[in-house]
Design a protein around this ligand. Structure first.
Ligand code: RP5
Length: 179
């Protein structure tokens, strides 16, 4: 499958860090997922990564989901972060219809505390990968950090940003006081 010329151009732009359209797509199955998925967007904003956020439901708007996946590469998305809860089919069904890497975030469900979401996202059949993160806020945060790390393979500025982020995190642990 040869990527369209626009995708080639966007990849070059992603590599250089020049401005333009979104490089990371953050999608979620429902507005109720935003409380969790907002943490992914927060990280992308902190690193200055161009992104978009959208509700796309595998069950309630399957045609839109298919279109989003089919158009993702041509629109220049480099990574898709997909969050869903319960019967969490969104990340897998998007991954089935695009070559853009999909990171799945299991949203904590009320009934089963997100175990259903986790297993729905993690247990993909061999051949159609979804990079599955932890349930909830940690998963959303880490999905965005992984997206930044993927972009950082060709962006020294983002690599440096990640290095500073880790240093700052370590400093806070060392300086933590109890009681
Ligand atoms: C999933 O169903 C969504 O990802 C959400 O986590 C869950 C519940 O959705 P709502 O009923 O809150 O809209 O598709």
């Amino acid at each position: 499958m040869r990527p369209p010329a626009r995708a080639e151009g966007t990849r070059a732009r992603a590599a250089s860090g020049e401005g333009g359209g979104p490089l990371v797509g953050v999608i979620m199955g429902s507005t109720s997922d935003w409380e969790t998925m907002g943490h992914a967007v927060e990280v992308l904003e902190r690193f200055g990564v161009p992104h978009e956020k959208r509700v796309v439901s595998a069950h309630r708007t399957p045609e839109e989901m298919a279109r989003y996946a089919a158009e993702a590469e041509g629109r220049g998305l480099v990574v898709i972060i997909a969050g869903a809860g319960g019967a969490a089919h969104l990340p897998g069904m998007v991954a089935a219809q695009t070559l853009v890497p999909v990171l799945g975030v299991p949203v904590e469900s009320r009934a089963l505390k997100g175990m259903d979401s986790l297993l729905s996202i993690a247990q993909m059949p061999g051949g159609v990968p979804v990079g599955t993160l932890a349930i909830g806020k940690a998963g959303a945060t880490n999905a965005a950090l992984l997206a930044v790390a993927i972009l950082a393979t060709t962006r020294p500025d983002l690599r440096e940003g990640l290095r500073r982020f880790r240093e700052e995190q370590a400093r806070r642990v060392r300086e933590a006081t109890l009681g």
